[in-house]
Design a protein around this ligand. Structure first.
Ligand code: ATR
Length: 267
């Protein structure tokens, strides 16, 4: 019997309960996945109680990914590097923080485009955005040593903080990126531009992409964002945000239960 859940604010539109109930069923485990909508002042008390509760693990979402850290006993390498936690596991009465966002993205890339993934050393990649999600993806991709790993952001100083950490990496603004898209084999949209209810917003036009490039958007509501719709018109192969969502969830589920569920995912 696993007791799992999600903390954040707001959490009521989350897909995580459906995903983790699916994983519990696939692995013949009983369990629950509950939503805990917390105010900031409730966070410390919640985590203190969790140490002595029957909760096995929780996910952490906006706006608490960083704020939970002072209340945890240990962090894995990814959470430490990113200073952000999306998964907590209770071990006895200790709480350990993890971050599965970047590794979830890499796994979804590996499953969706294995040929690309196997030749990542020869690929040029552009990340649009320099927020928390972008950093997770950047850090995980960097460890696979792509030929080039550039970051374009509205605020260029935030992009430079990332690109400083990889020698084959350059920062740029969005206007410049829009003209240079033909340089890249994979373009990853990580900002919330185009997310419901602003689904008519487009971060940049994908007009100059090279044919057969992979274009990926981590926004999953709507599933087919305007950025992906446009990219497809110009000949791109697509990768949907839903895919990262499922694979990062699979990594959390593995941390809590030890079960591998990647093979059950159909996106
Ligand atoms: P997350 O954790 O979801 O990545 P975040 O840390 O708030 O969220 O980062 C949001 C990202 O979306 C940033 O790269 C932000 O650009 P800035 O660094 O310039 O703020 C980007 N973003 C948000 N709204 C945007 C918009 N209207 N146009 C361009 N970029 C936008």
């Amino acid at each position: 019997m696993y007791r799992l859940g999600l903390i954040g604010h707001p959490v009521n539109h989350s897909n995580s309960p459906d995903i983790h109930h699916f994983f519990l069923k696939q692995t013949n485990n009983n369990g629950t996945y509950r939503l805990f909508d917390l105010q900031a002042e409730e966070l410390e008390e919640f985590l203190k109680n969790m140490r002595h509760s029957d909760l096995n693990g929780i996910n952490v979402t906006v706006p608490y990914k960083e704020r939970v850290i002072p209340f945890l006993d240990d962090l894995d390498e990814h959470a430490q590097k990113l200073n952000a936690v999306n998964t907590i596991k209770r071990k006895g009465n200790r709480l350990i923080g993890y971050n599965t966002d970047g590794e979830g993205y890499i796994e979804s890339l590996n499953q969706t485009y294995p040929n690309f993934y196997n030749q990542i050393n020869n690929q040029s990649i552009l990340i649009l955005g320099a927020g928390g999600a972008a950093k997770g993806i950047f850090y995980s991709l960097k460890s696979h040593a792509p030929k080039q790993l550039d970051v374009a952001n509205r605020t260029i100083s935030k992009a430079s903080k990332m690109t400083n950490h990889y020698e084959h990496s350059q920062e740029m603004d969005l206007e410049y990126a829009e003209k240079q898209l033909d340089q890249y084999d994979l373009i990853i949209q990580t900002t919330n531009v185009g997310m419901e209810p602003n689904e008519n917003e487009l971060i940049i036009s994908p007009k100059t992409i090279k044919e057969n490039a992979i274009v990926s958007d981590i926004v999953y509501k709507p599933k087919r964002t305007l950025f992906l719709t446009e990219a497809e018109r110009y000949g791109a192969h697509l990768m949907f945000g839903e895919s990262m969502l499922w694979y990062q969830a699979a990594k959390s589920f593995n941390i809590w239960t030890g079960e591998s569920v990647e093979h059950t995912i159909r996106i």
